[in-house]
Design a protein around this ligand. Structure first.
Ligand SMILES: *Cc1c(COP(=O)(O)O)cnc(C)c1O
Length: 384
């Protein structure tokens, strides 16, 4: 086995294209140099289409959670009330950040595996007209559910002045996002998921409505103070030292994304979702998300006790050097999650499915070898 051929099929960090790896090896540059400033400003500009916005996109050195925290601390003050749509682990993270800053978090919780529907949100907001912000997760990575952000935004815009703040960490760059057209106020994402980079960058865009709130807000933040990032970006720079090498990598990622084009990228991810789901169905493994809300970047599978998910994952790593993810929180040890985003294509999906089948066989679980692969192949053939 080639030890450098570690196959990552977890929902982040994701594999890095060799071109991007190489770009990150460029010699270090002064971060206040004219050359870097020009690259930085252009790179930030090129992120806009993935958010679907005319607004500036801010690049923060930090993991995705730093941008989640930015979305909270810059818009709300202690004592403010917010609605948090919790469909899994990451929705709950938004609630915890709010509470840490003294914001009263009203959770609209759905069972893990379900999406927050516009009807649920409509009823919830009628009961809580005082909330100043609504927080949602686009792709809930812990369950593989994609929440209907456009429809949720419509509900909010109809009946409330609340800001709509969306965590799109595990899907932006692979899914449609029309922040301006949908009426979303803040979208945040990170570098190590569909953006095919190492962890270390977070991206955030804010609407004009959000900015009018942010400008009035007496934020507690220092490093995460968005106003400082806005002031610096006007001068093509950042308030603190940026992760220069990651910016080199990001510029290369944007080349790759532009070469394929977002519509084709979205279709590729839909195809990988459909292949994975067809395979799991053929293997009689329950899918956590229903078709209408199934994420295109990660698929959550629940063996419902038919086999030991952790033993299967261990066999997969031991024999095939492939990593997939387990469950989080109360689903730890019970489910498995396959990441299929970023530098991943349909043939890679066949590989992970074939390896899962063999691992199931090796742990003594009943499995018809090839059944999942065949189902996925049929989906792929129908597309090409
Ligand atoms: C990965 C992820 C995050 C960010 O996690 P970090 O570890 O801080 O990068 C946030 N939200 C979702 C939905 C995620 O998948």
């Amino acid at each position: 086995m080639f030890t450098d051929k570690q196959i990552l099929r977890i929902p982040g960090p994701t594999p890095i294209p060799p071109r991007v790896q190489q770009a990150m090896n460029q010699p270090m540059m002064g971060h206040r140099s004219g050359k870097f400033s020009a690259l930085f400003a252009k790179t930030a500009e090129r992120l806009k289409p993935y958010f679907g916005t005319q607004q500036d996109v801010y690049i923060i050195t930090g993991s995705g959670t730093s941008a989640l925290e930015m979305g909270v601390v810059n818009t709300l003050a202690p004592g403010d009330e917010a609605a948090i749509l919790v469909s899994g682990n990451f929705g709950e993270r938004f609630a915890k950040i709010c509470e840490r800053y003294g914001v009263i978090a009203h959770r609209l919780e759905v069972p893990w595996g379900e999406a927050v529907t516009p009807e649920l949100l409509d009823a919830f907001l009628k009961e809580k007209p005082q909330v100043k912000a609504v927080f949602a997760t686009y792709c809930e990575t812990s369950t593989g559910v994609q929440n209907p952000i456009a429809e949720l935004a419509e509900v909010i815009r109809k009946q409330s002045d609340a800001l709509f703040i969306v965590d799109a960490v595990s899907c932006l760059g692979a899914v449609p996002c029309e922040m301006d057209a949908w009426g979303v106020d803040i979208v945040v994402t990170g570098s190590q998921k569909a953006f095919m980079l190492p962890t270390g960058l977070a991206f955030l865009a804010a609407s004009e409505r959000a900015w009018s709130v942010i400008e009035q807000n007496k934020s507690l933040a220092f490093y995460l103070d968005l106003k400082a990032y806005r002031k610096s970006l006007k001068d093509q720079t950042t308030p603190y030292t940026p992760a220069v090498s990651l910016i080199f990598g990001l510029a290369e990622v944007l080349d790759i994304l532009e070469e394929e084009g977002l519509p084709a990228i979205v279709k590729r991810h839909e195809l990988m979702r459909d292949m994975t789901r067809a395979a799991m169905r053929a293997l009689n493994i329950k899918l956590m998300a229903e078709d209408a809300y199934a994420a295109t970047t990660v698929t959550s599978c629940d063996p419902q006790g038919a086999f030991d998910a952790e033993a299967m994952r261990k066999a997969l790593t031991k024999h095939y050097n492939i990593s997939i993810a387990g469950g989080q929180q109360h689903l730890k040890g019970k489910i498995f999650r396959i990441g299929h985003m970023g530098y991943c294509e349909p043939l890679d999906v066949l590989q992970v499915i074939a390896a899962i089948e063999m691992s199931l066989h090796q742990i003594g679980a009943p499995v018809e070898l090839g059944a999942g692969v065949k189902a996925a192949q049929e989906v792929l053939i129908a597309h090409v």
